[in-house]
Each structure stands twice: as C-alpha cells, then as structure tokens.
Design a protein around this ligand. Structure first.
Ligand code: NAD
Length: 422
C-alpha cells in the first residue's frame, strides 16, 4: 500500500517521533535513523576527503516537507535550511495544492552544455564550418572519455558552434551537448570539453582557452504546474492578489529577484540536503530568468475561469543521484532515500514542484495577512534563544514576543529576567 505524505500534526511531534514516522515511510535502517539524530555528524575521514583544509563540520537543521502529491505519488521532502518558516510554508502550500489534485510535472532529457572557447582565429566563420563538418569525430572523441556514461545511454549527443563579438574580437564558441543521465554532469562534461579541445585547435588553427560546462542549462529544463481551489486560499480576493503579485514580478526585476528567491528557498533546501551543487542551481535559475534580456520571474500565477488559482514554473535543473558529494555524504544518501526518486529527471521535477509550493506559500501570505505574522512567530523562537532562553522557556518567551508584537532581543531578555525571578 502506498503511504501518504499527509501526516496530521507532524509539526507538533518531537524530533524523535517525527523521525520514527519518516523511518517507517522511507524504510530507513536503524543505523540510518541513528545517523540523523544520535551521532548527528560527519566522520572526519569523510569530510577530510571531501574538501581541503578541513577543521570540522557546519551542521544545519534538516526537516521534512509534508503533504506533497506529485503526479499522483506521495513524497516526503527532506529540506536543510537555516531559515525559519520555509518548511512550514512549503508544507502548507503543498496541502492547498493537494486539494486541487496535486502537482504535475515534466522534464527534458538531462542534457548539459559544455563550452569550448576558440580565439585568435583568422576567419571565425570558416572555423565554425570546419568544426561542424567534423561533428562525428569530435563527438566520438568526447564519448571515448566516459564509457560508463555511454553504458547508461548517456554521452555527447550533438554539438553546435557560433561566432560571438567580444571586446577582444571575434571568438568561436563550440557547444557540446551531453546527456548526463543520473549525474549532475559537470565533471563528466568538463572532461569531455578538455579532451576535444586539441582536436578543435587542430581543425581551426585557433587557440582554445576555456573548456567548461555552462550552468545555464537550457537543454535540461523541468516544469511543474498546479491548480489551487480558491476556497483553500481564503477566497477570490486572495487569488486576485496572487495574480497581481505574479504580474508585478514578471514586469519588475526588483520584485522578480525576491519572487525567485522565494522559489529558491525551497529548492536549495532540498538540493543542500541531498549533497547537490546549489551554486549551480542558483546560477542556472537566475541566468534563465534573464534569458530574454530582462530579468523576470521563473513562475507564473493566474486566475482561471472558475476563479481558482493556476501556477506554473519552468527552470534549468542540473541535479544528480550519483557523482560529486551525493554518494559520499552519508546524510545526503539518507535524504535521497527519503525522497525516493528513481532518476535525475524525477528528482528535478520534484524540485520544480517544491519551488512552486514555496512560491505559493510566500505569495499567499503576501497577498493576505502579510509575510511577517507567520515568519515572526517562528523567528521569535530564534530571538528567545539568542536572548538566552533554554528548553521550556523558549516557547514561553516566543509566544509573549509575538503577542506583544515586539519580536526583539532586548524585550526577550526582559521577559527572561522576569521568568528567572519567579
Ligand atoms: P562525477 O564525475 O563524480 O560523476 C559522474 C560520472 O558517474 C559519470 O561521468 C559516469 O561515468 C558515472 N556514472 C555512473 N552511473 C551513472 C549514471 N546512472 N548516470 C550518469 N553517470 C553515471 O560527477 P558529475 O555529476 O560529473 O559532476 C558533479 C560535480 O561537479 C559536483 O560536485 C559539482 O559541484 C562539480 N563541479 C561543478 C561545476 C559547475 O557547476 N560549474 C564545475 C566543476 C565541478
């Protein structure tokens, strides 16, 4: 029987009780569950091999987004973030979307673009023709680098070349299109671009400098869309407010930056939890948002004929289930087990749905009571901790701060002093 991601009162449980539910949902082993809470750290022999000059670890809280129904399948979403209210907002939004049938998604094949920069050419356009004529030879050379990727049906599939005008004259930019299957693909693509560079130099007589992947992954796109019944949002006025907010973000880069930041709050939390490269995802998302010359929003919301809300998102999504730190980071491995995705395409589509949910959570609050009420309620607990509150005191101090609408450290300290006098 498939398990539901709707877990009533999940937020009210203790971390131990929540973990027991997730352990059951995702069939985690006792060791995996222990790693999340008991040992709660990364072994030094692992970290010392991951990066340079290691002195320790930087822990971040990991929580679970609930209520996600995507293409009819229930998901628990592991999210690592330092920001309060992100996971609550995503879970709340996923519940509203669920009432409209859940999220639907699609994606392209997982093709990444490698760039080879050729300079010092006598005739750039002639060099372009020479490269295009040698396509088969260049692709074969690229594919010789990665028999493993080929064995999974991936590899260099196509190439393109264009001449660009720059401040240092004309350059020929060759694009190598590589199907990366279940890898993010940067190492794989970089190896291929470096390998074909001498062939391209020989063909064109030019000099190759840069040979590297592009993070503007326009050939590796994911889409998600959903319908949200107006009743769940609080009526048609809120639907209108969200549609106006969407039109604002589409037209104004100052608003679009914050709109997209809201989308990325959710996506990056999952990308981080799964050990993927979040800089690559951020770079790709924002470059894609500016692809038509003006920076704009990567999601859209409109009101349909019934007065309900409809939303959609489209963005590049270079994430992997293998490679990089994904397999070496023990917590990332557990996060991916919880997520239970079978391919990088399914993973990317889930991320698109999470981004859309996160965006909806923020826009609903913005279009109705404002973002501060929910945000400050959670932020008040941080302020209470900063002021020195411990265990049972944290909620008492936070509640009073919110009630008084004075979520400030000085006030938290006063409340604590009074509590300690009692
Ligand atoms: P990787 O090289 O560790 O793993 C990819 C390789 O795994 C493939 O080349 C293939 O040989 C093998 N493989 C095994 N099973 C596979 C399957 N089912 N599907 C696909 N490949 C399979 O990692 P990667 O994904 O090529 O690179 C990711 C890393 O590169 C990340 O750590 C990222 O931070 C880093 N990086 C990023 C950039 C950038 O984004 N600009 C630049 C350099 C490096």
């Amino acid at each position: 029987m498939s398990k539901s991601s709707v877990i009533s009162g999940f937020y009210k449980l203790s971390p131990k009780e929540r973990l027991a539910i997730v352990k059951n949902f995702a069939n985690l082993t006792v060791e995996e569950a222990n790693l999340l809470q008991e040992s709660c750290s990364l072994p030094m022999y692992v970290t010392d091999h991951m990066i340079e000059n290691v002195i320790g670890v930087f822990p971040e809280p990991m929580g679970i987004g609930v209520n996600f129904l995507i293409n009819g399948k229930d998901y628990l979403i592991p999210m690592a973030t330092e920001e309060p209210s992100v996971i609550a907002a995503a879970s709340y939004a996923a519940k509203m979307v669920r009432d409209g049938g859940g999220f639907y998604t699609s994606s392209t094949t997982p093709v990444m673009t490698g760039q080879i920069q050729v300079v010092k050419l006598k005739e750039a356009n002639r060099a372009k023709e020479q490269v295009l004529a040698a396509k088969a030879e260049i692709l074969k050379n690229a594919n010789d680098q990665d028999p493993v990727l080929n064995s999974f049906g991936g590899g260099a599939k196509d190439l393109d070349a264009r001449v660009i005008e720059t401040s240092m004259g004309q350059m020929l930019i060759v694009h190598l299109y590589v199907d990366c299957r279940d890898a993010m693909g940067a190492n794989a693509v970089n190896t291929m671009t470096e390998a074909v560079a001498p062939v391209i130099e020989q063909l064109t007589g030019g000099h190759v400098y840069l040979r590297i992947i592009s993070n503007l992954a326009t050939k590796r796109l994911v889409k998600a869309w959903c319908r949200v019944p107006k009743e769940g949002l609080g009526g048609e006025a809120v639907v209108d407010g969200i549609a106006y907010a969407s039109a604002f973000a589409a037209a104004d880069p100052y608003r679009a930056a914050t709109h997209n930041k809201g989308v990325m709050n959710g996506i990056i939390a999952v990308v981080l939890a799964t050990g993927n490269d979040h800089r690559a995802i951020e770079a790709g998302a924002h470059a894609y948002a500016a692809l038509n010359g003006q920076y704009t929003s990567i999601s859209k919301w409109t009101k349909n004929d019934n007065g309900d809300l409809e939303g959609s998102i489209e963005m590049p999504m270079a994430v992997g289930l293998i490679g990089g730190a994904v397999k070496t980071h023990p917590i990332a491995r557990i996060a991916l087990k919880i997520l239970n995705v079978k391919s990088s395409n399914e993973f990317g589509e889930v991320l698109a749905a999470v981004g859309l949910a996160q965006n909806l959570g923020a826009l609903r609050a913005l279009a109705s009571e404002g973002i501060q009420r929910g945000h400050m309620a959670l932020h008040a607990r941080n302020i209470a901790v900063i002021a020195g509150a411990k265990d049972g005191q944290i909620d008492v101090v936070a509640e009073l701060l919110v009630k008084e609408r004075r979520v400030r450290v000085d006030r938290a300290k006063e409340i604590l002093e009074n509590l300690n006098k009692k």
